[in-house]
Design a protein around this ligand. Structure first.
Ligand SMILES: [Zn+2]
Length: 165
């Protein structure tokens, strides 16, 4: 009995000293890094009057470049943006100026006669077996009554019933 406890203790101690050595060896570079950082910050503090001087010199130059670039870039980018948006937007609406097939929907039709939102709804209804017969592809504008979807428990009930069909 005593032998085993002794050996256990010695193993434990050996293990502990191993860990201690390991940790210390790993912490040594960290310690050195911290020391280096301290010396660097001390150096920076010594240089701080100089740094503010450099800032004063560099300050105006930096603001000048900022002002030069400021008005130039946004103008160019907005011009490019409007140039890109206008032809496609007007052309798109002009060539197929058509409203969404859903009654009371003021958005333009985008896919199969439906606006983006209602086409999404159509696809969802079709996927869940609940597409009303009125929701046909390429229905005339404002000809299809909107469908109010049930919410909460009623919604899951409707989905279950539709799935059972
Ligand atoms: Zn719509």
């Amino acid at each position: 009995m005593p032998r085993t406890t002794n050996s256990q203790i010695s193993v434990e101690e050996a293990f502990r000293s191993l860990i201690r050595e390991e940790v210390e060896s790993q912490l040594r570079p960290l310690q050195e890094a911290v020391d280096q950082l301290r010396s660097v910050s001390a150096l920076l503090q010594q240089l701080s009057p100089l740094a503010s001087l450099v800032g004063q010199i560099a300050g105006p130059a930096v603001t000048v470049t900022a002002v030069k670039r400021g008005p130039g870039r946004p103008r160019g980018s907005t011009r490019a943006a409007t140039a890109r948006v206008l032809p496609s937007g007007r052309g798109g609406r002009g060539s197929n100026a058509r409203d969404c097939a859903i009654i009371d929907c003021k958005r333009p039709a985008r896919t199969k006669g439906y606006c983006a939102a209602h086409y999404q709804k159509l696809r969802m209804l079709a996927k869940s077996n609940r597409l009303p017969p009125t929701w046909v592809d390429f229905a005339p504008p404002h000809s299809v009554p909107d469908l109010k979807l049930p919410r909460g428990r009623a919604a899951s009930k409707a989905l279950r019933e539709a799935a059972g069909k």
